[in-house]
Design a protein around this ligand. Sequence first.
Ligand SMILES: C[S@@+](CC[C@H](N)C(=O)[O-])C[C@H]1O[C@@H](n2cnc3c(N)ncnc32)[C@H](O)[C@@H]1O
Length: 198
Amino acid sequence: MAENLIPAWWARLRGKLGARPCPYRFAWALDLPMRAWHASPAKILGAFGLEPGERVLEIGPGTGYYSLPASRLVGAEGALVALDIQLAMLLELRRRNAAADGMPVLVVQASAVEIPILTGSVDHVFLTTVLGEIPDRPRALAEIRRVLRRGGRLSVSEQLPDPDYVALGTLRRELAPLGFVEERSRGWWTYTSTWTVT
Ligand SMILES: C[S@@+](CC[C@H](N)C(=O)[O-])C[C@H]1O[C@@H](n2cnc3c(N)ncnc32)[C@H](O)[C@@H]1O
């Protein structure tokens, strides 16, 4: 989510919006009330189909808008690892989780292009409004493919008016050659899309 919508969209329309992490000082935008209406955790995580007992990796959790509900969904039998490139985001996520007396969430500061997790060890990876911020997206998608077990799932949500929005058509073009098979996709300006590793 780029920091200032109008200049960011203007830059995007001119082809000049670089991929970079949303700065922590704009993290407040992740908690805007309108999100609860079009992209609530229940709606998005429900569409992803997170299941109790799954080993889940969330990439780019930010301050944890989806992480805390996700950790409750996977429960004590499962595990949630939240990997973000920015330490400030992860510290806030941890603070919120402690304040909510939430389930354990393992936070990892790393980049999506070099995931410090064993090959084939994850059941489900999800990213919400993150893909457009990653400069080397093909490398990140290959890393996601590597850490997922066979039959594991990747779920993505992109949400307008995020200027870093990645269209579903683009996602399809990028995932299909990597051996991901589309399971289900819903929506357009806020969409969810879940894929299985063959
Ligand atoms: C717009 S925020 C979205 C936060 C959260 N997913 C949500 O929907 O509320 C994007 C997050 O992705 C993280 N991010 C961006 N590029 C990344 C990368 N290459 N590797 C890991 N995390 C990244 C940012 O630091 C930021 O916390």
